[in-house]
Each structure stands twice: as structure tokens, then as C-alpha cells.
Design a protein around this ligand. Structure first.
Ligand code: GAR
Length: 206
């Protein structure tokens, strides 16, 4: 426990990926890290309920109340550092972080994106929009990607990907659910464990 990597999960919405991380921690799939904090930029995020149900400390940080992106990021950096956070997992966190933030946690932020990067990613591609774009382009295979976060939206080094086949009658909603079930909820916990292991190794603990 003492040597586990302290993880913060940043959320904005339903939090099914947060739930997948919690379940993976309970199942021992995540064993090298511990979810220590959940931060939401949306007070109504159901993800906050999920954290509460598991007695995971949570915080709400609103850009509007902080007085803009810069002040929001300063507060967020302070909160994460005060809590000794070593790895940040963006799990449906719908805000683009600036270079100042990503540089403050270089190679310590990962994100799950609901497509096979470099398709359907970058600014403007989030949530259901990603699946609408995949369907309207007519791709036959989509999926999910976990990647490191740098200053380029969805542009950091890829850690893990999983493909999902598109079916004839898919709507964006149906596809979103299948990509979550078949890809996101599987690769996000595995990638989190892998990165935690790497961070422990870098600390020289094992
Ligand atoms: C997930 O599909 C996640 O990949 C996506 O938002 C959804 C959040 O669901 N993230 C992005 O599009 C980020 N670019 P959740 O709140 O139930 O985990």
C-alpha cells in the first residue's frame, strides 16, 4: 500500500471509466497504484457518486468559479500536488489542458479516447461526436486508445489500443456503448497498471 502510486482520476460526466478503474482495483488488475482522489469539473457528474460510494475523496473544481482556464489549472495543480498525486488519469475529462499543466506532470497524465488515434481525435472530438464522425466517415473498424497527455490534444504517445468492429445498424449511441464495453473499460485499467509499474520502477522501489 505504502509504495503504491497515488492516482487521481479526472472526470466530467457519467464516470463509467472511473467505475472500470475502481472495479479493476478491487479485482487486483490495478495493484501497483491506488485511486486516491477524484476531481470533477462538473458539479453534476455522476462520477462523483461513484467516488462517494467507494469512499474515495473527491473534489469539484469549476473553471467559472476559478476565473478562467489559467486559474483553474493553477488550483488543479495545487490540489494534485497537495495530495501527493503521482499519476493523473483523464477518464472522460472534457477540458483541454494547457502546456503549463501537461509540463507540470510530464509522462504522468494518461487519457482514454474513444477512437483509434490518429482517427477522429483532437480538438472538437469528444464523447458522442467521435462516434458520429466514425459512422459518417464509414469506417468499418473503430476502437479506443489510451495515450500519454502532452500539449497537443490527443497527440501524446500511444500506450494501448483496442479495435472494435462497426456493425450495420450501429447508431452513435450503440457504438459508444460497445466501444466502452469492448475497449475502453478493458484497456484503461490495464494501461493504468502498466504505467504505475513503470513509475514504481523509476522510483527504484523494485
Ligand atoms: C468516454 O467514452 C471517453 O472515452 C470519452 O468520454 C466518455 C466518458 O464516459 N472521452 C473523450 O471523448 C475525451 N476526448 P464516462 O464518463 O462514462 O467514462
Amino acid at each position: 500500500m505504502k509504495d503504491k502510486i497515488k492516482i487521481a482520476v479526472l472526470v466530467s460526466g457519467g464516470g463509467t471509466n472511473l467505475q472500470a478503474l475502481i472495479d479493476a482495483q478491487k479485482a487486483g488488475i490495478i495493484n501497483s497504484g491506488r485511486i486516491s482522489l477524484v476531481v470533477s469539473n462538473n458539479i453534476n457528474a455522476y462520477a462523483l457518486e461513484r467516488a462517494k460510494n467507494e469512499d474515495i475523496p473527491s473534489a469539484v473544481l469549476l473553471k467559472s468559479e476559478c476565473g478562467g482556464q489559467d486559474a483553474f489549472e493553477d488550483r488543479l495543480i495545487g490540489l494534485l500536488k497537495d495530495n501527493g498525486i503521482e499519476l493523473i488519469v483523464l477518464a472522460g475529462f472534457m477540458s483541454i489542458l494547457s502546456e503549463k499543466f501537461t509540463k507540470a506532470f510530464e509522462h504522468r497524465i494518461i487519457n482514454v479516447h474513444p477512437s483509434l488515434i490518429p482517427s477522429f481525435c483532437g480538438k472538437g472530438f469528444y464523447g458522442l461526436r467521435v462516434h458520429e464522425a466514425a459512422l459518417s466517415y464509414g469506417v468499418k473498424v473503430t476502437g479506443a486508445t489510451v495515450h500519454y497527455v502532452n500539449e497537443i490534444p490527443d497527440g501524446g504517445e500511444i500506450i494501448m489500443q483496442k479495435a472494435v468492429k462497426i456493425k450495420k445498424d450501429d447508431t452513435a449511441e450503440i457504438l459508444q456503448k460497445r466501444v466502452m464495453q469492448e475497449a475502453e473499460w478493458k484497456i484503461l485499467p490495464r494501461a493504468t497498471e502498466n504505467v504505475c509499474k513503470k513509475l514504481i520502477k523509476a522510483k527504484g522501489i523494485v
